[in-house]
Design a protein around this ligand. Structure first.
Ligand SMILES: *Cc1c(COP(=O)(O)O)cnc(C)c1O
Length: 430
């Protein structure tokens, strides 16, 4: 038994399932989770001292690579002057200014400590602003674990016609709450049009991952996005872009900068904190000014705008703003995907790939899926085998076929070659 097994057994005594966030438990792929001892650049080392190339990067935040020396220095400097004050600091103002400059649809921004808090607060604000309870989300999109967002459609395409058929996807979520959340299929223009035709004037907000990264990687069609923007504007519903994953990861200005869509509110997290507990929501000043202390929508946080997290976030944003950062990251990610695809083709395995900025998806299927339903039809058994073959060779992929993958600027050519080499031998053995 290795150290990972020993730690996992020990962890399960005092932590439910041995982990503090479910996907870490390797339930879909089986086997023992790797306990991380340390990380640097594109690598981490587990409790047995084995090195892995990391293709999760903390699920997105570590875009500059693990333990970046400049971020470490910024954090150390901040820590020396105190960890938290419960009073405002200049750093928060600087970070807010930087965010508003990089994402022009954000006129004002409020900082929180997790993506879950960002989406939960943005929804409350949208409901407070419009005075409407009903919200729309899309199947397969994840927006953190707030009650009203842990909902998926009952069965099939048109179950939203009777919203009481929506079932919470978690225990402990009241059915009474769920009836305020309508769930539509991603990329389904007709379903969107139909629900707005019927009850558009009751819809307070639509929340969407503008590039979905929580059902593997799924891109929206331009028609779907433009219809969404047009209908929400027409009916006075707040369009919330959940860019917790895509913000500062697919491009400096997030998915919205690539799509030419201006949302009313945007949620940020992950890259924004550079690995520290830090997230934010922001948007139109007219909406944001409904927040306490200016307006009657309450929202607060003891650790919000934490100075150490702000220091990490600011330095991380400074690094990704440097000349050529995103061109390089995008090129490397595309190169990795091309290499994986060629390796699969050489072994005659049906395999499709997609990527954008420093985010990628691969699918054991002949085509890139466009909805959650299509993702569930990819070959999950083949994925599981591939995952373990790669893991054995020191490449750490997301332990689920329903998650996207992430690169960093530290994933250089030598690292990519090593991943592709491991993939070639894995595909041969599939
Ligand atoms: C990760 C994620 C969240 C939740 O963020 P946490 O910090 O884990 O609470 C919300 N929305 C999206 C799109 C995410 O990827």
């Amino acid at each position: 038994m290795g150290q990972n097994d020993i730690l996992f057994e020990r962890a399960q005594i005092t932590i439910p399932g041995g982990v503090n966030s479910p996907v870490r438990a390797f339930r879909q792929v089986g086997g023992t989770p790797r306990f991380v001892a340390k990380a640097k650049g594109p690598y981490f080392w587990d409790a047995d001292g084995k090195r892995y190339i990391d293709l999760i990067m903390s699920w997105g935040p570590m875009i500059a690579g693990h333990a970046h020396p400049e971020v470490i220095e910024a954090v150390q400097r901040a820590a020396e002057t105190g960890f938290s004050y419960g009073a405002p600091t200049e750093g928060e103002v600087e970070l807010a200014e930087r965010i508003c400059q990089l994402v022009p649809s954000i006129e004002q921004v409020r900082m929180v400590s997790s993506g879950t808090e960002a989406t939960m607060s943005a929804l409350r604000l949208a409901r407070g602003y419009t005075g409407r309870d009903l919200i729309i989300k899309f199947e397969g999109c994840y927006h953190g674990h707030a009650d009203s967002l842990l909902v998926k459609a009952g069965s099939g395409l048109l179950t939203f016609a009777d919203s009481t058929q929506n079932a919470p996807s978690s225990g402990g979520v009241p059915h009474d709450l769920v009836k305020h959340t309508l769930v539509l299929p991603y990329n389904d223009v007709a379903a969107l049009q139909e629900v707005f035709d019927r009850q558009g004037d009751q819809i307070g907000a639509v929340i969407i991952e503008p590039i979905a990264g929580n059902m593997n990687l799924i891109k929206p069609s331009q028609l779907f996005l433009s219809t969404l923007r047009q209908l929400t504007s027409q009916y006075g519903s707040v369009l919330i872009y959940d860019e917790v994953m895509t913000g500062f990861r697919v491009a400096l200005g997030g998915a919205q900068s690539l799509q030419g869509i201006t949302p009313d509110l945007t949620c940020l997290g992950k890259v924004m904190g550079g690995g520290m507990p830090m997230a934010a929501f922001g948007g139109k000043k007219e909406i944001m000014s409904k927040l306490a202390p200016l307006g009657n929508v309450y929202q607060a946080g003891t650790l919000s705008g934490n100075p150490v997290a702000v220091a990490a976030g600011l330095k991380n944003l400074e690094i990704i703003c440097r000349e050529g950062f995103f061109e390089c990251l995008t090129g490397q990610t595309e190169k990795l995907m091309t290499g994986l695809k060629q390796a699969a083709d050489a072994s005659g395995i049906p395999f499709a790939v997609d990527s954008i900025g420093g985010m990628f998806g691969f699918y054991f299927a002949s085509q890139v899926p466009t909805s959650f339903e299509e993702v569930t039809k990819t070959d999950i058994e083949a994925f599981k085998k591939f995952f373990h073959l790669m893991l054995d060779q020191g490449v750490y992929l997301a332990p689920s076929a329903y998650e996207a993958g992430f690169t960093s600027i530290a994933h250089d050519n030598a690292v990519l070659d090593e991943i592709i080499g491991a993939a070639q031998s894995s595909f041969k053995r599939l």
